[in-house]
Write a protein that binds this ligand. Structure first.
Ligand code: G6P
Length: 510
């Protein structure tokens, strides 16, 4: 079996196994957005969040078309008459088609049903979901808008449609009913809850039926697949075969499989070595006056699932119990504003502000502010620079499908050093066994993990980081896409399967 999937291997794999098929990726969030700067120029940048940044290298390797919601203020100004724009600027590798939504549609489909309904329902992080009939109607309407865009782009060409995430639970059925020649697959980037939790979703039959329009449905973990099969088994008329993880409904077979997502390890390694990152490291040294102090970091969207208040409370306990670290440890938290028009997000931001303030008041001195909070988005190079400066990185999600920050930290550490404190309730914890694994609900356990990270003998820290890097290097984003496409090929084109196991051939052709 192939040891390391690369961009080039994936490219060849797609050319040989999906020959004759066009690839269309669909997501809500666009991989790049265009915004006006204060002086009226148009700037192109990446939005925050794991999904788009993980998919982008795959799209670069495959080419094709990406359909997403155009949500930034200059997005309309740069598209052509088909709403297309070539990405990235200057070196186009794929086409982005933007779909336009009204304020009401964004409110109902994105903020309402997706982020006040499905997001808390699936994460089960003790923030309750809200379900509104009119949000569901908007969700259906927007799924249909995206379906129309896909059908128009695919026309009568053989096409493989790869749908991302919980914003599009109804889209697969809409597509497979409208055009039986499409191959439709979806990856659900967040957890799937157990059937007891899912019972509270008011339109469960329609949502499950929508998802069963897929030929292949992927989750991060086997556990999420089992939850999904169980939910289908009890929630809707369908034939579930758990032995092969398949569901039959309305004459269609849906294969349900785990594919833990990852990042472009090689790209992180390359950027980590760049002069740009060295410059950003100097900027961070000015922002956080370390002067020989140790550094802990956290990088998250300001989301209540990330457990940011819990990690700050653990810092409070840590300074109480380990006085020798007062004036000797700094903690930098990047909190990228996210979905901030929703009350639960405003509430977590307020709580984080208050906690940072209170820890800084309690322990700070004339020469030392223990926590620095940066509430804005940073570029990838800036985040890599912060990763490189840290003694340890903290991920305290109360529940997370995967969590790519943990993998980004590991991939950024070209020096082979640094400790990772990682919540057991992330998908990443299944793979990153050499992290210091914690229950983020236990403040004491998290506080003692900080101590362990700071005091671990350097040989052990380096040994652990070495194994973590091997893991992320092997199970990188190209392996994720390659395994997903292998499962799809096996399903759709068994005749193209010869040699598929032996991907060294593809490497050898390089
Ligand atoms: C998670 C979701 C993605 C989403 C990202 C950022 O990673 O799985 O689908 O894009 O969060 O959230 P946003 O709502 O800003 O797109």
């Amino acid at each position: 079996m192939l040891k390391v999937w690369t961009n080039a291997v994936l490219h060849k794999f797609i050319q040989s196994r999906l020959e004759g098929y066009r690839l269309i990726v669909v997501s809500n969030r666009e991989p790049y957005h265009h915004r006006y700067t204060p002086d009226g120029r148009v700037e192109c940048s990446r939005p925050a969040g794991g999904m788009a940044s993980a998919l982008e290298p795959v799209m670069r390797a495959c080419g094709g078309l990406w359909i997403a919601h155009g949500s930034a203020d200059a997005d309309r100004a740069v598209v052509d008459s088909h709403d297309h724009v070539e990405i990235p600027e200057g070196n186009p590798q794929f086409t982005l088609r933007r779909v336009w939504l009204t304020k009401e549609q964004v409110q109902g489909y994105y903020l309402g049903l997706s982020n006040q309904g499905l997001w808390p329902l699936c994460h089960v992080a003790f923030t309750r979901p809200y379900f509104e009939r009119r949000d569901w109607d908007q969700y259906r309407e927007v799924n249909q808008i995206f379906a129309n865009a896909v059908l128009e782009e695919a026309a009568d060409q053989p096409t493989f449609v790869f749908i991302q995430d919980y914003h599009f639970g109804l889209l697969p059925r809409m597509l497979s009913e409208a055009n039986a020649n499409l191959i439709v697959a979806q990856f659900w980037h967040i957890p799937w809850p157990n059937r007891e939790v899912f019972r509270s979703f008011p339109w469960k039959e329609e949502l499950l039926d929508g998802l069963l329009g897929n030929d292949l449905l992927g989750f991060h973990l086997r556990h999420h697949c089992q939850n999904f099969l169980d939910t289908v088994d009890r929630g809707i008329e369908a034939l579930v075969d758990p032995s092969v993880s398949e569901v039959f409904r309305k004459g269609k077979r849906t294969l349900v499989r785990p594919f833990p997502i990852s990042i472009d390890f090689d790209a992180y390694t390359a950027i980590s070595q760049s002069a740009e990152v060295e410059n950003h490291m100097n900027c961070w040294r000015r922002r956080i006056p370390l002067n020989g102090k140790r550094l802990g970091i956290g990088i998250d969207r300001l989301d209540y699932t990330k457990g940011i208040p819990d990690r700050i409370r653990a810092l409070d306990v840590f300074f109480e119990e380990c006085p020798e670290y007062r004036e000797r440890l700094m903690f930098a938290q990047i909190g990228v504003p996210s979905r901030s028009s929703l009350p639960a997000y405003r509430e977590v931001e307020r709580e984080v502000d208050q906690l940072v303030e209170s820890v800084n008041c309690r322990w700070g001195t004339d020469h030392w502010r223990p926590i620095t909070l940066f509430k804005r988005q940073f570029s990838r190079a800036e985040m890599i620079a912060l990763h490189r400066l840290a003694d340890f990185c903290v991920v305290t999600s109360l529940h997370d499908g995967m969590n790519l920050v943990a993998k980004e930290f590991v991939a950024s550490r070209i020096d082979g050093d640094g400790a990772l404190v990682l919540s057991r309730f992330t998908g990443a914890a299944r793979e990153l066994r050499d992290a210091i694994l914690i229950n983020p609900f236990s403040i004491e356990e998290t506080a003692s993990a900080y101590k362990q990270a700071l005091e671990m003998p350097s040989e052990e820290r380096i040994r652990r980081m070495h194994r973590l890097r091997e893991e992320v290097e092997t199970n990188n984003i190209y392996a994720w896409a390659g395994r997903f496409l292998t499962a799809l090929t096996r399903l759709e084109f068994p005749d193209r399967m010869e040699n598929v196991e032996n991907l060294e051939n593809l490497e050898a052709e390089e």
